[in-house]
Write a protein that binds this ligand. Structure first.
Ligand code: SF4
Ligand code: SF4
Length: 316
């Protein structure tokens, strides 16, 4: 009789998922993405842009995101079979279509642009592909993208606004049934402008904007990756974006302390003189020197941020 194989292959499974986590890295994006600017909470957008919270997706989730990306290839083929011309890359660069604004700090990549669609053959469309779970897909069919997925609608408005294309095609697939839902949106220049202004304000804000709710159990807060920092006492990530010396400027970031530009890799590393933006510390600033800030916590403890200092004492 053949010997049974070892118990369920957890090490292999774990290694498969771990590879996705390693590949995904910290999840920090250099720019504020058009795909998220529709988020209702401006503080959440500021935390995203300021690299406050490291991405904590499991390998399984990251693999699922990849499945969504792989679906795009099929959808391009599906659209082409209707006779449409679909350009999923910019023929001039051979790369994805990109849009950018606010000194390069805001932008995103279009899935495709298309012309020759049966509904409006002579009009160029921005094309956005999305996959949905069963419940989300049902809501989309029922309410339309603007109501059911305002973040996706905002993303398309930005793409139309920044490319000058006046229509967009939203192509959604249900992951459970493979059913396809298609919608066209018309450019709304006022909405495009409003979203750019929103991005600009978030990018240029030296401090986090107000919370969408002070209630930690508010539904958007419960789903928010920044919850424990925003409503609790989780320590933010230590990098140049959370340091009070950093400032976004046209085309990049500068360190006001060292008086020089910061590359993306340098921003990730930070330096020993890092000082948290005070609003990120869940305590009251009570004193400060050239390269340190002292905070008093609610229980009276004093913590000194700066130059490697980690002293914690009791307020006198
Ligand atoms: S926890 Fe709530 S208030 Fe805080 S960033 Fe997230 S959504 Fe905004
Ligand atoms: S002081 Fe250091 S951590 Fe702060 S912005 Fe400058 S280089 Fe980055």
């Amino acid at each position: 009789m053949m010997a049974p194989l070892s118990p369920p292959p957890a090490p292999t499974l774990n290694a498969i998922y771990a590879a996705y986590v390693v590949e995904a890295g910290d999840g920090f994006r250099d720019h504020l993405g058009a795909s998220i600017v529709g988020k209702e909470c401006r503080r959440a957008l500021w935390y995203d842009f300021r690299w406050v919270t490291r991405a904590r997706f499991t390998g399984r989730m990251l693999r699922l995101f990849e499945t969504g990306k792989r679906e795009e290839e099929r959808l391009v083929r599906d659209l082409r079979r209707t006779g449409a011309t679909v350009l999923d890359t910019d023929p001039e660069t051979g790369r994805q279509w990109r849009v950018s604004a606010v000194g390069g700090h805001f932008g995103g990549s279009l899935d495709a642009v298309a012309i020759g669609l049966l509904e409006a053959p002579k009009t160029w469309h921005v094309v956005e592909f999305k996959t949905h779970g069963l419940k989300s897909f049902a809501a989309l069919k029922n309410d339309g993208v603007e109501r059911a997925k305002p973040q996706h609608a905002a993303q398309m408005q930005i793409y139309m606004h920044l490319t000058g294309i006046t229509r967009s095609l939203y192509v959604a697939v249900c992951k459970d049934t493979d059913e396809i839902h298609i919608e066209r949106l018309r450019a709304d220049p006022a909405e495009g402008e409003r979203l750019i202004t929103k991005a600009k304000r978030v990018i240029n804000a030296p401090r986090p904007p107000v919370k969408i709710s002070d209630d930690p159990a508010w539904w958007q807060c419960r789903l928010c990756e920044h919850h424990d920092q925003c409503h609790g006492d989780r320590v933010p990530e230590r990098n140049c974006r959370t340091c009070l010396h950093s400032t976004p400027v046209e085309g990049g970031w500068i360190c006001e302390h060292w008086k020089r530009p910061l590359s993306s890799a340098e921003q990730r590393r930070g330096c020993l003189l890092h000082l948290f933006v005070p609003d990120l510390v869940p305590a009251e600033p009570v004193d400060a020197g050239e390269d340190w800030v002292a905070y008093r916590f609610a229980d009276g403890r004093i913590w000194i941020d700066g130059a490697g200092a980690t002293a914690v004492g009791t307020a006198s």
